[in-house]
Design a protein around this ligand. Sequence first.
Ligand SMILES: Nc1ncnc2c1ncn2[C@@H]1O[C@H](COP(=O)(O)OP(=O)(O)OP(=O)(O)O)[C@@H](O)[C@H]1O
Ligand SMILES: [Mg+2]
Length: 265
Amino acid sequence: MSDPVLELDHVDAAYGPFRALFDINLRVGAGEAVALVGANGAGKSTIARVASGLLAPTAGAVLVDGTDLTGAPPFRFARAGIAHAPEGRSTFASLTVSENLQLAFRAARPRRDVAADLDEAFTLFPRLGERRDQVAGTLSGGEQRMLALARVLVLRPRLLIADELSLGLAPIVTAEVYRVLTQVRDAGTSLLVVEQHLDHALALAHRVVVLQQGEVTFDGGPDELGELSATVLLPAGAPSRAETAEAAETAETAETAEDPAGGEP
Ligand SMILES: Nc1ncnc2c1ncn2[C@@H]1O[C@H](COP(=O)(O)OP(=O)(O)OP(=O)(O)O)[C@@H](O)[C@H]1O
Ligand SMILES: [Mg+2]
């Protein structure tokens, strides 16, 4: 088998003393679409940050096309073709849609035909074409998300990491965003899609990875997910094996510790 585009090999990650990821093994193959699902706080965005070089793992390795980029700065990941679709409003509010796109395209590839790139962006997202002369600051949240996506997609990344693209969007706008992601997938770009809403993610994905409290608890086809799908998104699911082990280890301490919060509010 050829090298996966992205490989996380026994990755741990932490924010200061707080450990967020535990021994994560995750691969995204060439042209493969992987959905990363799990409850709030499970560690999905942390994986997205590790996979794009924004957060260095505390253990394990991150490989892009077989090259070890563990601890490398984000621009090395970008240069290797990893695009992290930024969350929220990452555009220049006082510039128009066209100007925002032109800036992004010129910065990424000075010798390319920017007019052709613009046409491509407006073909992907006709709504942006209709609003090409509108300043980005007055776009709706969904339109801003489309603009942010268009900026990276036209550059044809090897792997697009999309973190909660549908967050706060109306169903019709979410459907539009997923229509484009499907095109991007069919054109051969690998996808790692973080999503709390299973329906769109499962329709798009070749493979689903379920994350619970920093651990991968399922990795398989969307059709194998079965009844797990009903439980993976609950914030307080069944405790993971590691958590159970951890609880057993710390039970003695917990028994003797005072509860400073004084129980339920
Ligand atoms: N900068 C940070 N400093 C400290 N802890 C953090 C930081 N960022 C995230 N965490 C913690 O790491 C854990 C995983 O967070 P992460 O953002 O990866 O979750 P998520 O699965 O993306 O959740 P959501 O679905 O709510 O976006 C959470 O417990 C969170 O509080
Ligand atoms: Mg998140």
